[in-house]
Design a protein around this ligand. Structure first.
Ligand code: ATP
Ligand code: MG
Length: 753
């Protein structure tokens, strides 16, 4: 019936079109990976704006990673045109919350200049508290506990008064009391430094929208991607954003719920259906992303979970090349194998594939070292996404800390970290004392230093005359000077962010500092600094071209204007947590292999995917308590692949004590269904790939020309037999023997015609 209602419907199957054009207030799409959930969601946004006629600024779209948000915005933008996508309130929950708090936070007593405490900040604050108060608790555990408390949407506790021991509450164990104390101290400290941590962003935004619903009185509809990973506060935030008329669209897949450790609750799926009983439920059953054999094997993994909510998921594509499972001697051999397979695939595809088409997905960031070095050695450029923080490199962190102190002098942690960088003769002990003194006298470190340097006797500090001179004459003056320029300029034009950074580098004589402090690798570090300047430049350009527009005016509510480019850049850095190199959209620069954590790869897809380190202890991870979640994580990783999927693991762990790794328990029972060496790139395989990727099949001789003989010998000769694997699974057979044994069928020479 909607056939020609809007061109956006033309690219959809009927279930998808149904979801896009549904009139129901609440729509829930629960479906498997690659079934077009995100595609449907973005199409629905286009439909609502372009066909139904909603104003883009009245639409909220939330998703989970910055990269996914960016991709959605691009897709919506292509269909809508006129830059209308910039008016949509689109982003991660955190960035949406930040936006509302920046605009209206004053209403709930937030200072306009709040900063964001990222993971590193939270960690170091908590570490310090535990040490200072000698709390017998594990700082990371305390942090997780606090985060959980906040995520559940509870208020900070009232401090237990020491004068009135509360005998009525014997349930409170000693450990718990310590946790509460830590929580209270931590929160005080954040407040004093005018910082919000990630959880606060959400919690405070919930508070804002509860107390001042008019902030969102314009919002007509809220759409959420990756709904399975919402936690309690995010659920509340969603409801509050939509409170004007309760129109909500969610899409998600319980099988891809991978944030349980961050308090995401699958329960929220059922909560939605309970809270909105008239929800229109739609399922999508076709997988458009992957070849049949990739999908088959992925399903064999997830089906090991007997408690899951069953869904249909059928491939629309050909069988394709069989996924590969490969055992290698060591992690470095594994990395080298991966690199050689990457090169082979790119070469063998003619010019159909390039390095942009390849992703290496890791269970944990720590695994990246070998891959990075192998890629580096062979001259293949790569980008790092998620968990690998460009911004965590010491030299970048230092610059960021300087910028944060320029923006927010009361940020004690940042100030403490830069006080002696470059060297100013101020020892760690002195810095620690200063920080403690500031905390004791409830002053910010900055005010303490200023007072002291002004000769205020009340500010007793134990620093040497020389250090004092360095602080007042060098550090404070330098920071004040730059801050003044930033502030003056902010009133007229956005002050050049790049200028600020360059000014800072000159004032600090940063290149010289790097040479002195890091004689071995100062060049690389300086190159990182240059890259940082580029990123800042990109950020400014992005804001100019496709920046978020301000929230719309709401009658009777005064909005605080965004405070200039520096704080926006800093928030962006804290929330993005990974450097986005150029070349993703728009003008292609050099093609880059992507290295990502599995978590950050959620929702995305690549023609070629490698999942290294599939052994027990890595996946399932040794420190994880939820093996079902680990399995879902592997499922998410495998279902990112469109055409080629490679799993691998090193036989011996790299810690040098000769420990043998066991193949992951999730793969062991189905290992016989994998190919052992690598895909063969014969003509039919490449042709199938072209169909899946909707690319042009390169002329045959272009491949032939590129074909050194060694690349032609590959083993892909047995047909995929998921049934057999299924039987293994049912029979509980402990693996198909040594899947990488040498008695695998004889290598076959690739056919070229
Ligand atoms: P995930 O669960 O991994 O997030 P998803 O359900 O969101 O997956 P999408 O990313 O929206 O899936 O879609 C997967 C791929 O399938 C995309 O490349 C998309 O363009 C394509 N696709 C979706 N629907 C269709 C369709 N009706 N026809 C052709 N291609 C489609
Ligand atoms: Mg998706």
């Amino acid at each position: 019936p909607h056939q020609h209602a809007h061109p956006i419907l033309d690219s959809l199957n009927s279930a998808q079109a149904h979801a896009v054009s549904s009139d129901a207030a609440t729509v829930a799409i629960l479906a498997g990976p690659g079934s077009g959930k995100t595609h449907t969601l973005t199409s629905r946004v286009v439909w609502l704006v372009d066909h139904v006629g909603l104003r883009p600024e009245d639409v909220v779209v939330a998703t989970f990673t910055v990269k996914a948000a960016r991709e959605m915005k691009t897709r919506i933008g292509k269909a809508l045109g006129n830059g209308r996508e910039n008016k949509i309130v689109l982003g991660t929950f955190h960035s949406i919350a930040r936006r509302y708090l920046a605009a209206y936070g004053r209403q709930i007593g937030l200072s306009q200049k709040f900063g964001i405490a990222d993971d590193t900040d939270s960690r170091s604050i908590i570490n310090r508290i535990c040490k200072r108060l000698q709390l017998p608790i594990d700082p990371p555990a305390a942090r997780a506990w606090i985060s959980k408390r906040k995520a559940k949407g509870t208020e900070p506790p009232v401090p237990a008064s020491s004068r009135q021991p509360q005998k009525q509450l014997p349930t409170k164990t000693a450990g718990q009391q310590d946790l509460e104390t830590c929580y209270k101290e931590y929160q005080d400290q954040l407040d004093r430094s005018n910082l919000l941590d990630y959880d606060d962003l959400l919690v405070r935004c919930v508070e804002l929208l509860r107390k001042f619903p008019s902030c969102v009185s314009n919002i007509q509809t809220v759409l959420i991607d990756e709904y399975q990973d919402t936690n309690g506060v995010q659920y509340e935030l969603m409801r509050l954003l939509a409170q004007q008329n309760n129109r909500i669209t969610i899409v998600g897949d319980p099988d891809q719920s991978i944030y349980g450790w961050r308090s995401a609750e699958i329960k929220n799926l059922w909560r939605l259906l309970r809270d909105f009983p008239n929800t229109h439920e739609i399922s999508l059953e076709e997988n458009y992303r992957s070849s049949q054999s990739i999908l088959d094997l992925s399903l064999l993994v997830i089906q090991q979970d007997k408690k899951r909510y069953q869904k249909v998921l059928k491939p629309v594509h050909d069988k394709g090349s069989r996924p590969v499972l490969r055992k290698l001697k060591s992690a470095s051999a594994e990395a080298e194998w991966i690199v050689s397979e990457i090169r082979r695939a790119v070469l063998m595809s003619g010019s159909m594939l390039n390095y942009n088409d390849v992703a290496v997905l890791l269970r944990s960031a720590a695994l990246s070292r070998h891959i990075e070095s192998a890629l580096g050695k062979s001259g293949i450029a790569y980008r790092m996404v998620g968990g690998f923080k460009f911004y965590d490199r010491t030299e970048i962190k230092t610059l960021l800390d300087y910028l944060r102190v320029i923006h927010q002098p009361e940020n004690n942690d940042a100030l403490a970290r830069i006080m002696n960088i470059p060297r100013r003769g101020i020892g760690d002990g002195t810095i620690k004392n200063l920080v403690e003194e500031a905390e004791k006298s409830s002053l910010s470190l900055w005010s303490l230093l200023v007072k002291h340097c002004r000769g205020d006797r009340a500010a007793k500090t134990r620093i040497t005359k020389q250090a004092e001179q360095k602080i007042s004459g060098d550090l404070l003056r330098l920071l004040n000077g730059i801050r003044k320029r930033v502030e003056e300029a902010a009133e007229s034009t956005p002050f050049g962010l790049v200028d600020t950074i360059e000014q800072l580098l000159t004032a600090l004589n940063f290149q010289k500092y790097l040479q002195d402090a890091h004689p071995d690798d100062h060049e690389q570090r300086w190159a990182n600094v240059q890259e940082f300047i580029n990123l800042a430049g990109d950020f400014v350009r992005d804001l100019d071209q496709v920046g978020e527009d301000a929230l719309p005016e709401i009658e009777g509510l005064q909005q605080t204007a965004e405070v200039g480019i520096l704080p926006r850049f800093l928030s962006n850095v804290s929330l993005a947590a990974d450097a986005q190199k150029g070349g993703e959209d728009g003008q292609e620069s050099k093609p880059l292999v992507t290295i990502s954590t599995i978590h950050a790869a959620k929702g995305l897809e690549w023609p070629i995917v490698f999942v290294p380190a599939v052994y027990n202890g890595s996946i399932p991870h040794a420190r994880s308590e939820d093996s079902d979640e680990e399995r879902r994580l592997l499922y998410v990783a495998m279902t990112r692949a469109q055409s080629l999927l490679y799993l691998s693991h090193p036989l011996y762990s790299s810690n040098g004590n000769g420990e043998r790794n066991e193949l992951s328990a999730f793969i062991d029972p189905i290992s016989s269904a994998f190919a052992k060496k690598g895909p063969c790139f014969d003509r039919p395989v490449v042709a199938q790939m072209a169909r899946i990727l909707q690319r042009e099949l390169p002329p045959e001789d272009s491949i032939f020309k590129n074909l050194p003989a060694m690349f032609a010998i590959e083993d892909n000769s047995f047909p995929l037999d998921p049934d057999e694997a299924q039987r293994n699974l049912a029979g509980g057979a402990a693996g198909g023997g040594d899947y990488n044994s040498n008695d695998a069928p004889r290598p076959k020479r690739a056919r070229l015609s």
